[in-house]
Design a protein around this ligand. Structure first.
Ligand code: MN3
Length: 256
């Protein structure tokens, strides 16, 4: 290698290291989950481009500013002028739909679910993923799925199997065990009395711009950006209780 090539490689290496460091510093900004009515988009803890090359910038921007925003707008619209329902925290609406007047139930559940699921999904990703579970999460996965690779295969298979639009989840069940489940459309684990630890959005809008119809390729790439610290935080907050993670509860106090 001549001197010019050496300098070029050195500069490229320093630049890549700088970009990675910059992206990873972004995770220090907390991304709050849903606050109360009127609801708004949570701040992302990273830039649209920070999950490249696994999740492309255009998909992130469209997904966040168009798809997620629409759920927020429609949820606020249907709750407008209905202070009794609007003051019910989001996770309570989702876990106890009978609190919602029948005429509003479907519309509120669809949009509240869309807002919750996307807010949670953004937290499940980070530009500086460790690409493997934290020791606490690895022990949990080993206990319930034999080992991490077995969990990963089972979760990917579940995500690929979702018919139409929906999500794959790792959840904590009432008996304290973990399970992999899928939900359709914008349904949430709360309606089954489960606490979410990890989710993957497999609606086409989550991957079509980059992967077109190749959902399995999107799922394979997504493992590179999983935020295992978030999974551990949710597990730590939720274990031993059947309440939603503390950070969600703390940020979801409704304003009438
Ligand atoms: Mn989506």
């Amino acid at each position: 290698m001549n001197n010019r090539s050496y300098v070029t490689v050195l500069i490229s290496t320093v630049f890549v290291a700088f970009c990675w460091e910059t992206a990873c510093q972004e995770k220090s900004s907390k991304t709050p989950l849903a606050k109360g009515y009127p609801y708004e988009l949570p701040q992302l803890g990273y830039r649209y481009a920070s999950l490249e090359p696994y999740i492309d910038v255009k998909t992130m921007e469209t997904h966040y500013t168009k798809h997620h925003q629409k759920y927020v707008d429609e949820l606020n619209a249907v709750l407008k002028g209905k202070p009794r329902v609007a003051k019910i925290p989001l996770e309570k609406l989702l876990s106890d739909p009978l609190k919602i007047p029948r005429a509003l139930r479907t519309k509120i559940l669809n949009n509240a679910g869309g807002h919750y699921n996307h807010s949670f999904f953004w937290l499940c990703m980070t530009p500086c993923s460790s690409r493997k579970p934290t020791p606490v999460v690895e022990a949990l996965l080993t206990k319930h799925f034999s080992d991490f690779d077995s969990f990963k295969t089972a979760f990917s298979t579940a995500a690929k199997s979702v018919f139409g639009s929906g999500y794959a989840w790792l959840v904590l069940q009432k008996d304290g065990s973990c399970a992999i489940i899928t939900t359709a459309n914008q349904d949430t684990p709360f309606s089954r009395g489960m606490i979410p630890l990890l989710c993957l959005d497999v609606w086409e809008h989550a991957y079509y711009l980059k992967f077109h119809n190749r959902r399995p390729d999107y799922i394979d790439q997504w493992w590179n950006v999983v935020n295992w610290d978030h999974v551990e935080q949710c597990y730590t907050d939720a274990q031993g209780s059947q309440r939603p993670p503390k950070n969600f509860e703390r940020n979801s106090s409704a304003v009438a």
